[in-house]
Design a protein around this ligand. Structure first.
Ligand code: AMP
Ligand code: ZN
Ligand code: FE
Ligand code: FE
Length: 286
């Protein structure tokens, strides 16, 4: 049997109970160890709250932890996710953008609850914060549509999370509210100010060609070529783009625990070479 020269694997996209994952940062770190991962980035939506517990847990398990986040932005009226890596976790520009997103989410969740209420589905804000079990203090947690979907199922208003999105809270559905929007450019700027790199998340999910084309003109440093359960040749197209643009190649599972049971931690990853390229690129921003 041919020995693989290197068993290094880095999963650079996963969520914890600090946003819409079902597992705590400590549990995610245990799962990373079990999955044989060498490096991990926790990329919660619009928050870095998980890092307080993730940093000691990573040290305990000997996992290399790369600072990460997944910011929500809007381009051409459509939601676009941007991954940030390697930035300073306590940089004021990052913390300020996270605080603005927390305010956006609160207003938007209340507006969505109001719309659901009008259709006879009444939920309290506590139903959302309790929807995904957490030990973490609620400060700094990003609450959003997955929490609403869980709560709707729990209350018996819909049967599945998917049905909640399809009937009520998916983009364009009657109870969907976008809320304040943050642009791609300002989000990339914030990540750069905090000495990090900005990466297009899961381009595989972008359906509109014009949107992708506009995104490819932006000041990104990398693109998430390997994503979730997308098989085989699905990444070739993105690797070609990365090469053409001279962008970094990233990848990860987008693990959410029970919220996305088909995407196990480590189901998508990058090897040592692209991971080292990310680390090597970081000082350029300092
Ligand atoms: P939010 O940030 O509150 O807008 O919620 C966005 C998250 O909801 C995404 O990251 C997905 O994890 C999840 N999501 C979006 N659309 C769907 C869908 N159709 N079914 C299940 N989950 C979804
Ligand atoms: Zn999510
Ligand atoms: Fe995403
Ligand atoms: Fe994600």
């Amino acid at each position: 049997m041919a020995m693989t020269t290197n068993s290094f694997r880095a999963d650079l996209h996963c969520h914890t109970t600090a946003s819409d994952g079902s597992e705590s940062a400590e549990t995610v770190m245990q799962l990373a160890k079990q999955a044989g991962l060498s490096a991990l980035s926790i990329t919660d939506h619009d928050t870095v709250a998980a890092y307080e517990t993730a940093i000691p847990a990573a040290q305990q398990h000997g996992i290399l932890l790369l600072p990460g986040i997944e910011f929500s932005t809007i381009l051409q009226g459509t939601s676009v996710h941007i991954l940030g890596y390697g930035f300073r976790l306590d940089h004021p520009a990052i913390l300020s953008l996270c605080a603005k997103h927390a305010e956006r989410r609160k207003n938007r969740n209340l507006a969505m609850l109001e719309r659901l209420d009008r259709l006879g589905m009444s939920l309290n804000y506590e139903d959302l914060t309790n929807a995904i079990p957490v030990e973490l203090a609620s400060i700094g947690r990003s609450i959003g549509r997955p929490h609403i979907a869980f709560a709707l199922v729990k209350k018996g208003y819909v049967e599945t999370l998917q049905a909640a999105f399809e009937q009520y809270i998916g983009e364009g559905r009657p109870c969907f509210v976008q809320g304040d929007s943050f642009s791609v450019d300002e989000t990339i700027d914030v990540i750069h100010q905090a000495k990090g790199i900005a990466v297009i998340a899961h381009p595989h999910l972008i359906k509109k060609t014009e949107l992708l084309n506009e995104l490819l003109k932006k000041n990104f440093d990398g693109i998430e070529c390997f994503y979730g359960k997308f098989p085989g040749a699905a990444y070739e197209r993105w690797l070609k783009i990365a090469k053409y643009k001279n962008w970094l190649v990233t990848g990860g599972s987008d693990f959410h625990g029970k919220a996305k049971p088909n995407q196990q931690l480590g189901c998508s990853w990058i090897g040592q070479e692209p991971f080292q390229a990310i680390l090597d690129s970081l000082p350029k921003h300092s």
